[in-house]
Every structure is written in C-alpha cells, then in structure tokens.
Write a protein that binds this ligand. Sequence first.
Ligand code: MN
Length: 739
Amino acid sequence: MIRVDVEEERKEILKRYRRLLRVAKPLLKSGDAKLIKKAFNVSSEAHKEMRRKSGEPYIYHPLEVALICVEEIGLGTTSIIAALLHDVVEDTDMELEDIERDFGPKVAQIIDGLTKISGVFEYGSSQQAENFRKMLITLSDDVRVILIKLADRLNNMRTLDSMPRHKQLKIASETKYLYAPLAHRLGLYSFKSELEDLHLKFTDKETYEFIVNKINETKVSRNKFIKTFIAPIQTDLEAQNFRFNIKGRPKSVFSIYSKMKKQNIPFEEVYDLFAVRIIIDTALENEKADCWQVYSIVTDFYRPNPDRLRDWISTPRANGYESLHTTVMSQTGQWVEVQIRTQRMDDIAERGYAAHWKYKEKENSPEKAAGGLDEWITQVRTLLENNDGSAIEFMDDFRGNLFQDEVFVFTPKGDLKVLPFGATALDFAFEIHSEVGANCIGAKVNQKLVPIGHKLKNGDQVEILTSKKQKPSEDWLKSVVTSRARAKIKDALKEEKKQYILDGKEIVQRKLKQMKMEFSSVVVEQLRAFFETKTTTEFYYKVGRGIIDPTSIKGFKEFKQQKKLKKNTMIQVTDESSFTKEIKNLKGPEHDQLLIGEDMDVVDYILAKCCNPIPGDDVFGFVTVNEGIKIHRTSCPNALELLSNHGNRVIKARWTSQQEIAFLAGLKIVGTDRVGLISDLTKVISNELKVNMRSITVDSDSGIFEGTIKLYVHSTNHLDKLIDNLGKVQGVLKVSRFD
Ligand code: MN
C-alpha cells in the first residue's frame, strides 16, 4: 500500500491546473477560464477515487492531455474542456447527457467521438482496420477529436514505464502503426518524432539508449562544429538586416536509427546527424523571396548538393509543410542539411493543423498554406464515404508511402507484428518463436493456405502451420529476409551438420572394425583423400548424410590391397597431396576432374548454387571476390550477365570425365496419375540406377500428376539415362531437369 499525503497531492494537482491556465491564458476569451475551471472540477471529482498505473492521481492524465493540446498543438478552450473530460464518460458514472447539459453540444460531440474511438485496437485485424476507418470518419465531424486523441496517446506513451511489459509492446506498436503516421499526415512533426522515439524506447531499449548516449557524447564537438559552420552566415544575415534565429538540432533518435538500419552503417557514419535550421521573421508577402535570399547567402559560403535541394515553399507538401531544404558541403568535408523557413512555416511544421488554423484565422494567410490540409481532409472524407467495405485497402492507401519499408501483419489473435518489407510467412514464424519457425511447414494467410516463402502484405492475418517432423533446410535461407530468421536457420543447420558428422564418424569406425582395419588418424586421412573431400569433417559429414555410401568404404580396402600387390609394400603416405596423387595414378586418367584456366590446372573451386553444375555439364569458371573460383553452367540464368559484364573475370573450365561424388539435381515429372505411380518412379530411381533420392514432392489434381524429385547423381550421362528410364514408366508424359 502506497502512503499518500493527501494534502501534498491536492497541492500538486492545483499546481498543475494553474500551469495549464497560465499556458492557455493568451488563447482565452472572457468567460473561458470559468468554463475550464468547471471542467477541471467535474473531472477531478469524477476521477477522484482513481489512480494511474504509476500510483499517481488519475486527474494528472487529463490535465497533461489538456496541456499538450494547448502547448504543443495550440488548441483553444473547447479542446481544453474536452481534453479534461475525455475519459469521464468511459471510465466513470458520468453520462454524455450530463456533459451536454453542463458544457454544451460541441464538447459533448467531441467527447462522444473520443469515447467511440477508444479501445479501437482491442480486436482482430479486420476489426482494427474498420475501427481505424471509424476513427478517421470522425475527422469529418471535428478534427479536434483526432488531435485530442493524439495528445492522449502522447501522454500515455510518455508514461508507459509503469505499464506491464506486454501492454507496453502493444501500445508502442499501435503508436508506430497508426498514431505516428497520423501525426505526420496532420503535419505534427514534433509529435511524430516523439511518438517514434518512444516506440523505439519501449521496443528496443538498448538501441534507443545507445543512440541517446551517442548523441549526448558528441554534443560538445557537434555544437562547436555548428558554431563554426553558421558564423559566416550569421554575419551576412546581420549585414543584410534579417531578423533571424539559427538552430542546430540533432535529428530524432528514431530517424538516426532508421538511417543506421537502412544503410547498415554505424552511428559514426550517419552523416546528417543534425540539421541547421534558419528561421527568419519576415512579412508574408516577402516570404518566398527572403527564403531564397537566405539560400543564396548560405551557398555563397558552402557548395550545395544539387540533388538534395527541396523547395517546399513553391509547392508545399500535401500536409501543409513549407520549407526550403538544401544540403551543403562544410569546410571539414561533411555534408550538412540546412532548412530555411519563416516563423510562420516553422510554427506550422512543429504544431501542424492548429497552427494553420491560427494563421488562417488571422486572415492574412495565403490560400495555399491551408489548402494542402483541407484538400487532404476532403480526400479522406471522399474515400471514407465511397468505402466499399474494404477497410484494409483504405488503411493501406492512407499509410501510402510513409512506411514503405515495413509491413504490418497480425497474429490470429490480432497482435500486431512489424516486419521488414518483403518478409515471408517463414520470417513471421521465426518472429513468433524460433521453434515455431523451425517446425514451420506453411501458413494460412487470411485463411488461405500459402507456402513458407509467401511474401506478406500489410494487414495480413497469419497463422503458422507446424509439424514436429519439419526441420530447417539450406533452401530456407532464400525464403527469409529478417536477420533473426537467418540466424536461427543457420544455427539449426549447424546443429544438424554436427549431428551428421558424429553419425558419420560412428559409421566409419564401425565399418573399419568390420573390415578389421585400424581406426587411426592416418587411415582417416587416407580415407579422406580417397573420397576426395577437403577435410575429414567433410568426409564424416558426407558419410553421415549418406552422400558417401558407407559400403563404398570397402572400395578403399580393395584399393589399399591392390597397392600392396603392386608395390608389395605399403608406402606410408600421410600427407594429403601425395596420397591424392597416388589415387589419381591408380584410378587412371579417366577419373573425374574439373580443369580450370588456360593451363587446365586442377585448382580449388566451388560449384555455384544458382545452377548446381554436375560433371558433364558445359561450365565456365568465374573469379569471385570472396569465394574464389565459382563454377557455373553455361546455361545458368546468371551466365549471360556474368559473361557479358565481367568477361575479364571469366575463366575456362571443363570436366575431364566423371566423378564418383554425387551432385544434386532436380527433375520435374508430369503425367497422368494412377495407383502405384509414385512407387514405380521411386523404384526406377532407387533400384535401377542406385541413385540417392533426397526429396520427392507430388501434386495431383483431377488426374494430372506433377512431381518434383531432387536426387544425387554422378554425371549428366547418368542423369540422362535416368530421365530416359523415368520416361518409360507408364503414365509419365514428360521428364525435365530444373535447377
Ligand atoms: Mn486518456
């Protein structure tokens, strides 16, 4: 139980109330203060038994919301009253009629709107979209509903610390999802930045604090830099009798974070950590000319980057934003963004719609200034009125290009997940839980079955289907974009590989024992060379995986005995190159090899994954930056690009013969379905040609059979033979190879 000093608390409440009155004072007409006092009394009486999660008296919240409305948006008496009473109807015994009786229909209408759109996000995705639509509809009634709602949300975000973790995440996500773009659209830039920063603070505290600390650490040197940078401009502006104010402000934590993430760079490399803003005080009719005059002064001292000139004075943005932006090169070789605008433009940029209104009411504003926003509201209204039921589409429309690099999707329970653009069902599965990801076999997106690589769209509701038998495979890496999913898949593959290696080692030990041979490092090294693997680990892996048939280890024994017969003594070959040579001698010239370069040397290479070349294929080598020589099929989809654009990096390569090592190839089989077809196909594959089948997937629809088989073969000859034989199976119409 928290001990509360009631007297102290009463004093604090009054203090906060007086602060509100003081800030609002310049906006008030006679009689307004009395109404505000009445609203304050009604609200504090209604909420008197209630407390915030933090333990503070509830009335702090409506007081703060009202203060934000005045101080940060510039709203007037009606809004202050509505803000003070905004939670009364929903949370206390008071009814809307009471409000209407005491404060009139306008206040009642706003509070009705606020009550209706609260709890907007309590339901599933479609419901959420629908509620969002409703929320925007209220825009056509009175935009103050949205503005007060935003103030309410801002205060809730500022006080989110005392909420339980799951609520923090939920509220923070919604804020990023809807309120921040809404604030942006209404031209409330500082609102938007603060909401985004707070979102980051509660979803990724570590990164948030890291950036905040960095900003603070660099403060001294930054201020020094800005001082030097603006000095000559200042002198010139003074000489030309400008009334002005220059600010050098760091960008928001979130925008720095976005830059680091998008360009994948450390904090130190974000070049536009701050912007210099020149705000001039000038008569309305001189605004444009004066701003360009300032631009001319700035560029007298610093060279501008022509690609980064933004003239939002001649053509304001749709939300009413006006400013002249340029990026110039400083003496120290650093790019600096300079924003040039008038006091009026700055007010509008910082405080949005209400500032527009203020200037409009003064009746000295040019039409264009207010035009943008009015236009937008009209547009929204038309959209809403013509809405043919697809609320999600509308929401997407609204969100427009603001958050192009992210998709917002929902769990079956309606929880929001934010993923990078291009994220798939599999990314989503790993986002839920690494186990869900590892066992993912597919998903239902909006009730429709989709494969794991399905790309998600805004508003999708995703249910992941899992199976205990499912395991991550190499291919999965192609189906994900999030680093989290990639890391988890790689971990799983590593784990699996380890297991294969252990299995392989066990098999080898057993085989050697059966053959009455010693299990020693020398023998293992010889085995490695015999099977032409680069390392013993790879050898074990291939055995464990079944790529090297354990029974073929017998061949090694025969090979050794042969050698004994020939030379009568066993030569001690321990180093790998001499042993490899031995094998080449014994296996003869027809033995498989890839010859590379003009001299047709045997060099290290890797086979390109894009086309999986196998011995017998027409191939060429390509010198890569990091991975040495890569071998591609000449028919590889990438071949054209590589050969034409990087001809100097292409080298000749050809196979001398065939190889015992198996290569992965894919076959597509189309035919008419019948009972026993699959078993006949697998029989051909496994019995007749002793090929190793890796996977088979079959789709059968109204009598048509379509299957893909992945298998290990030894060469194209081998594969051609297999294709031939498969084609002879009754019912098979076509067999073709794919990559
Ligand atoms: Mn509230």
